[in-house]
Design a protein around this ligand. Sequence first.
Ligand code: ARG
Length: 850
Amino acid sequence: MDPMHSGMRYTPKATEHEWDPSLQFLPASDSKKLEKKKGLKAGAVIGLIVFFLVISLMTGLLVWHFHFRKVVKIKKMYTGSMRITNQVFVDSYENPNSTEFKTLAKQVSLELREIYSKTPQLSKYYIDSTIQAFSEGSVIAYYTSEFHVPSGHEDSVDRAMSSMDQIVHKSQERRRTAKLTSGKPVDLVFDDVVTAELDTRLFQTPKALRFYQHTRSNHIGILESPGFPNYPYPPNQMVQWQLRADRGYVIKLDFDTFNLEENCKNDFVRIYDSLVAIESRVMDEICGYYSPSDHLAYVSSGNVMLVTFVTNEARDYPGFRAHVSQIPATTGVMKCGGTLSASSGTFKSPNYPDYYPPFTSCVWSIQVPSGKYIKVTFEKFLVSEPGQDGTSCSKDYVKINGKKLCGEFSNVVETAEESYLTVVFSSDASYVDRGFTAKYEAFEPKDPCPKKFMCGNSNCIDQKLKCDGWNDCGDNSDESDCKCSSSQISCRNGMCKPKFWLCDGVNDCGDNTDEQNCGFCSKEQFTCPHNNKCISEKQKCDGRDDCGDGSDEAECARSNEVKCTQYTYQCKNKKCVSKLNPECDGTNDCTDGSDEENCDCGKQPYKTSRIVGGQDASQGEFPWQVSLHIRGSSHVCGASIISDRWLVTAAHCVQDDAKTRYSQPGTWDVYLGLHEQRDKSKAVKRGLKRIISHPSYNAYTFDCDIALMELDSPVTFTDAIRPICLPSPSYVFPVAKSVWITGWGATREGGYGPNVLQKAEVRIINGTVCNDLMGGQLTSRMLCAGVLAGGVDACQGDSGGPLSSLSTEGRRMFLAGVVSWGDGCARRNKPGIYTTVTKFRGWIKEMTQV
Ligand code: ARG
């Protein structure tokens, strides 16, 4: 029936009849009576109309309610697993098409239906369950259950599902008593029930692919994102791999390539310690880009693992590849705990530096000769997970001296005033991390640091390091109560700091003593950086040249057009802007946009790895780093890529000596994209066409220590081979800024070169201070960089390599300097000296057009 039609039919008819216009023109004798009669009649007519209207409205509503209105229902999926304790696992349970699988699956489904039907909050909404898989122990069943829940009722369903373990338990109790009294056999007995709601994206993605793999010993399986390595992975895809190993083994998943979109909300890989995606069994969620040297490897706690890969809309990312293998559960890297009875030794979490498995529990009992005490140093410590709070450590933790440790740190010391100590490491069901390495040693209670200084945090350091201005202990305890020497600043708080750091823009004392009275101007004034003239703060960046050399208008946050000076950035159209370091910062500062041209440089492709691997660079972390080899021989110098055919290096690397003609292009082999010296197979090798040493290079003073090299053929940029950005002449690398040095140079003075590319963070040092420290040997074309804690520097073999500086907005690296010279290596108060690249920007352009 059409409700609208039925309603419409009466209304106009009634109107037509009752309001016949002819009636109004009849002559009337008793107008009052007539009026009254008329009034009554009209009232009845209106009432009738209203009555019919109400009836038709109600009919309409009822029809709409029963026929057309859809109660909004939400599809909710839960995944779960439970142990069936009275069944024995048979191999055919692995195959979902086997009759054994189907029989047991049917039984489990029926039991689930029964359980849900007895739960009032669930019974109305339950649709169906699918049994996904079985695994060993006795038999573990994995399932998904579907509910259609009217909106507004989701919470009650969530609540009921979160107590599934109790619901199952009760239902089993009930049935057991019923069965016992009826004398029928008891069927499936469930235990260890785990349930959680399934992430909507795991069932809403339009395209889904499922794979199964059973690894065997001595076999390595491959797991790749669709299209890998030839095409980027497809959009809106869900892929799932169910992995199994033999009984008594665990699964190792080891990624050799991992390159996804940066945001895990869009594309992600999740690894589960289960055969279905149960949230409480997630081992990790990963996205973004990892360097191949970054060891992304996981192990399961049992013989199953699930890997899911979800993507949303299209983006061109290559994807990933992982190797799957099985390793014995109780031996090798998985072993942990035990008795340690030597007077010193080391121990680590299972599988370190790869991720430890869930459900780990290790106990180390350390026993040293009686009468001695024990000191444990956690050298590297990475035990953190989402939702874990650093103080309660309620998830994964290390327990020592009754104290729980979690989070990320390095070199933390714990001591026990006893000759016996236990250390416990525990990981829970979800989220894993890399773990820790630790060393322990016995010490004499009366003399915890023989011939050394004992820090407040129980570290022992060389006596010479006390009061030298460097925080060697880590807690600054070696720097308090000091008498300062003449080469030091006496801080008001009692600390001594090297003169080196006086007025360098960093509060080294902690109370700012070293940064007071530095300028010539008062607090409210701005000191012109090049002539020490004092101007009012308000005059800075006001568009007028108040310093006289334009320097107060060169380092502004905004880009106004200003008069050109040597300190301002000049656009291609010869106009100048007042912004500090405007090039390639993502904003158009020049009216002709030239500050954002040629900006395909300085990008680091990978996520920077955490503290694992110490000072080894990650593969591809400094893709502009080049290794210069004497043809057919070994590494001699470093260099930086600035375009697809040009390199920058140090002039002193290309000067002939009695034996070798270093200035000749034919002398050199150039390796680009190299990570390990011992593995050149992945690097790109090139010869040279031309070497241009700076004409003003001075072999005695090392002034103008810069040279250019032209490759014999251009290179193609990859993740491992990319150019660094060149700074314009006006670019400012401020004093105290953190910058990076990289190279295969000697790791200590007089030592050998490493295999893997090394990186270190140093700070830019005030030129005047540095010139004093270096005995006045600096020229204006030299730049100093060192590190506060000492012991970090470039060394022999690093020459020619880059001093890389991250831009202010943190997106790209600029070439601040070229490794040039030093007084020994890493000596205290002897920073490294670098060629100032900004001074040679014009020359580089002239020679190379770059
Ligand atoms: N001249 C050295 C070389 O040829 C590099 C010196 C760098 N030294 C330093 N302490 N920063 O490799």
